[in-house]
Design a protein around this ligand. Structure first.
Ligand SMILES: [Zn+2]
Length: 200
């Protein structure tokens, strides 16, 4: 039945849903590696926005398995790629950012069965929960086992989302929303600099 009250209710609900969406995306940076699901938060040559930070370094991480639907055990080579991603960030930042594997880590690494969105296969997602400028937890999700090369491009990309970096509209950037080639082999200088300043 349509009357002006039901229209008001629908309008109210719509506004509520929009507000909740804005709130959700404000605090949570989520993306698919192979799709441009999120807004670009910084552009080429611009200063990267003020990133939130983990309070404690080393940042702890754990591999979490089989606790949710569609999850699977991470293969050992997937774990190795994730560990290599942590190592690359440690080395690039000269140890300003460090990681250690532990139980109930701040960053949860989870592996899932394949996920597709439209024509793209999503290879990973990185999201974090930020409270008052502090990253209180993050999740690194891996969906595909077909990542190319030996350098952990996808893993580092998603990890940087957890650290609060958005996409960068530069095809040579690790934070470009699509993986254009294998073994990119470097993290943008401005990202490394920002991490060193925040954690150094
Ligand atoms: Zn992304």
């Amino acid at each position: 039945m349509h009357n002006r009250y039901s229209h008001r209710a629908i309008a109210f609900l719509t506004v509520a849903i929009i507000l909740m969406s804005v709130w959700f995306f404000w605090d949570t940076y989520t993306t698919g590696r192979a799709i441009d699901a999120e807004r670009s938060l910084s552009g080429t040559g611009q200063a990267i926005f003020a990133i939130p930070r983990f309070r404690e370094v080393p940042v702890t991480y754990s591999f979490v398995e089989n606790t949710q639907e569609n999850e699977r055990e991470c293969f050992s080579y997937e774990r190795d790629r994730v560990r290599l991603a942590f190592e690359v960030l440690e080395n690039e930042t000269d140890g300003a950012v460090r990681f250690s594997e532990s139980e109930n880590g701040r960053i949860e690494v989870r592996c899932y069965v394949l996920k597709s969105e439209g024509y793209h296969l999503v290879s990973g997602e990185g999201s974090s929960t930020v409270i008052g400028g502090e990253i209180v937890g993050g999740t690194l999700r891996l969906y595909t086992t077909r990542n190319c090369g030996v350098w952990p491009d996808v893993e580092i990309h998603e990890l940087l989302h957890i650290f609060g970096f958005g996409h960068i509209d530069d095809r040579t950037s690790i934070m470009y929303p699509e993986q254009l080639k294998c073994d990119l082999g470097s993290v943008d200088g401005e990202i490394v600099q920002e991490l060193k300043e925040v954690y150094g």
